[in-house]
Design a protein around this ligand. Structure first.
Ligand SMILES: *[C@@H]1O[C@H](CO)[C@@H](O)[C@H](O)[C@H]1NC(C)=O
Length: 466
C-alpha cells in the first residue's frame, strides 16, 4: 500500500456547528444528553453482571455473493448502513462523504462526518493495530487510518465517533458513542470487486473492535456469536453472550502465539471421512470476512487427493467452469442441491486439542461444497498458496449451519451445529423466527421511527435513556 497517499482533512467544523445546534435543540430532549453513554468510557467501570446482547439478522451467502452483512444504524438522526461482518479485522468503517473516492453508495447513503473526528492522541488511535501507522504530530490532528485486506481491497479515512442507537436483547435501548472509520478512499485491486456494502463491521479482538468498545462500556460482554444458514442466505450475528448455549458447545482455546489479533486456534489435525490424513499442526484463523475457506498447500492437496480418489469411476466428471472456484465436477444433469451428490462426498474434520481430549470441528459436505449457477458442484476450499497464504488456514465457508462463538472474555472459540434460520429464544419478548418480518431489518431498526417521532418512552425510564 502506498504510504505516501495524501490524507484529507475533513471540512471545517464551523458549518457543522450550526447544524448540530439546530438539530439538537429540535430533536433531543435534555434528559438524553445528560444520560447517554460517555464517549470516553473506555475504562471498565460498568458492572458486567447486567451486560446484555445486541442481535442482528444477517443476509448474504458464500456463493455467489461472497459475503455476509448486517444493517446497522449510526448517528442522530440515524442512518442505516449495510456492513460486511468481519471477525478477521478490528476496525469498523463506512463509506464517507468527505467527499469519497471509490465509494459504491450514492452520496446520500454515505456517512457524513460532522466535526466528530477522533484526535490522533486518543488511545483508540494509538492502539490501532494497522501496519500503516501514521505519525501523530499535533495531538489534536484527526486520526487517519489506512487498512488493507487479504483480498487486496483497502480503505483510507479518518476515525470519527458517533452514536449507535441499539436495542438490546433485554429490551433496553442504549446510545453508546462508538469509534469507527469514515472511509473516503476505497480501492479494490484484487481479482474480486469489493462488496457493494457500505463498509465493514470489525469484530476482531482488538481495542477498536465494536465488541471491545461495547464491552468497555459495560453494555455487552466481549463475545461474538454468528450463525450462518446453509441454503437461504440468512442467519444472525450477536455481540454479547446471551445466545451462547449453556451446554453442547465444543470449546478450544485461542492460540496466543498469534502476534496479530486474529482469532486463531490450533494446532489441529485434518481428518477425512473420520480417518487421519497425516496432515497436522494446522493453525486456523476464524474469519467471517474472508470470501472462501483457504487451506495451506499441504492440507489442500491432501483433501483434494482424497476427494479425487473417492470420485474415481463415479458419475461425476471434473470440469473447469467457475473462475474463482478452481475445482468443480458436473453430473449428467445440472445439479440443484448438494444433497444430489451426498453419496459421493465425505465429512472433513478438524481435530483440535490432544488425541485424548480432542475438540472436533466437523464439516459436513454441504458446508464445504458449493453448487454453482451452472449446476456444477465445486470445492469451497481454495489453495491458500495461490493468494500467498503459506502458513495459515482461513475458515469461512465451514461456518454454515454452525453457531460459532468468539469468546474474548475467556480467550476461547466455540462451535455447535445449529439451525441458523431460527433465532434461539433468549427471552419471550424477542426470540423467534427470523424468516418473518424482521428478516429485512436489524433489531433496533424500529428505533429510527421512534427517534423521529419523538415517541414517549416512559416505559423504559428505568434505563435512563431517551
Ligand atoms: C439491559 O442491559 C443493560 C446493559 O447491557 C443494562 O444497563 C440494563 O439495565 C438492562 N435492562 C434490563 C431491563 O435489565
Amino acid at each position: 500500500m502506498n504510504l505516501k497517499k495524501k490524507t484529507r482533512k475533513f471540512f471545517p467544523c464551523v458549518y457543522f456547528f450550526f447544524f448540530y445546534v439546530f438539530f439538537f435543540s429540535s430533536r433531543v430532549q435534555p434528559s438524553e444528553a445528560a444520560t447517554k453513554d460517555s464517549p470516553k468510557g473506555h475504562v471498565k467501570l460498568m458492572n458486567h453482571l447486567h451486560a446484555s446482547s445486541v442481535v442482528f439478522p444477517v443476509s448474504g451467502n458464500v456463493y455467489p455473493l461472497g459475503y455476509y452483512y448486517v444493517l446497522l444504524n449510526i448517528g442522530n438522526p440515524p442512518k442505516v448502513f449495510d456492513l460486511d461482518i468481519d471477525t478477521g479485522s478490528d476496525l469498523t468503517w463506512v463509506q464517507c462523504d468527505a467527499p469519497c473516492k471509490g465509494c459504491t453508495k450514492p452520496r446520500d447513503s454515505q456517512y457524513k462526518p460532522k466535526c466528530n473526528t477522533l484526535p490522533c492522541s486518543h488511545m483508540l488511535c494509538s492502539g490501532l493495530d494497522l501496519p500503516q501507522r501514521r505519525p501523530c504530530l499535533d495531538p489534536q490532528d484527526q486520526c487517519d487510518y489506512e487498512i488493507g485486506y487479504s483480498d487486496h481491497a483497502s480503505s483510507l479515512g479518518a476515525l470519527v465517533t458517533d452514536v449507535f442507537p441499539l436495542r438490546l436483547e433485554n429490551g433496553s435501548t442504549r446510545h453508546p458513542h462508538l469509534t469507527f472509520g469514515c472511509g473516503y478512499d476505497q480501492q479494490s485491486r484484487g481479482p474480486h470487486p469489493a462488496p457493494p456494502t457500505a463498509g465493514m463491521l470489525g469484530l476482531g479482538g482488538g481495542q477498536v473492535s465494536i465488541s471491545s468498545q461495547l464491552s468497555d462500556l459495560g453494555i455487552t460482554k466481549n463475545v461474538i456469536v454468528h450463525c450462518l444458514s446453509h441454503n437461504n442466505g440468512k442467519g444472525f450475528l450477536s455481540i454479547g453472550d446471551e445466545l451462547v448455549p449453556s451446554s453442547g458447545v465444543t470449546w478450544t482455546s485461542l492460540a496466543l502465539k498469534s502476534t496479530s489479533k486474529h482469532y486463531m486456534a490450533g494446532p489441529a489435525e485434518l481428518l477425512f471421512n473420520d480417518k487421519t490424513t497425516s496432515v497436522e499442526g494446522l493453525d486456523f484463523i476464524f474469519d467471517s470476512g474472508s470470501s472462501y475457506t483457504f487451506f495451506n498447500a499441504e492440507a489442500y492437496q491432501a483433501i483434494l487427493g482424497h476427494i479425487r480418489r473417492d470420485l474415481k469411476g463415479k458419475a461425476l466428471m471434473e470440469t473447469k467452469e467457475d473462475k474463482s472456484l478452481r475445482v468443480c465436477w458436473k453430473d449428467k444433469k445440472p445439479l440443484k442441491s448438494v444433497y444430489d451428490v451426498k453419496k459421493y462426498f465425505k465429512t472433513i474434520t478438524l481435530r483440535f486439542g490432544s488425541q485424548k481430549k480432542a475438540q472436533l470441528f466437523q464439516v459436513p459436505l454441504e458446508s464445504y461444497l458449493i453448487i454453482t449457477e451452472e449446476g456444477s458442484v465445486c470445492l469451497g476450499i481454495l489453495n491458500g498458496a495461490e493468494i500467498g497464504l503459506d502458513n495459515y488456514n482461513i475458515l469461512n465457508i465451514f461456518f454454515q449451519g454452525i453457531m460459532v462463538i468468539y469468546d474474548n472474555e475467556k480467550q476461547r472459540i466455540g462451535w455447535i451445529p445449529s439451525d441458523c434460520d431460527k433465532l434461539p429464544n433468549v427471552n419471550n419478548d424477542h426470540g423467534g423466527d427470523l424468516s418473518k418480518e424482521e428478516a429485512a431489518y436489524p433489531r433496533g431498526f424500529g428505533l429510527i421511527r421512534w427517534l423521529f417521532s419523538g415517541a414517549d418512552s416512559s416505559n423504559n425510564k428505568k434505563d435512563g435513556e431517551l
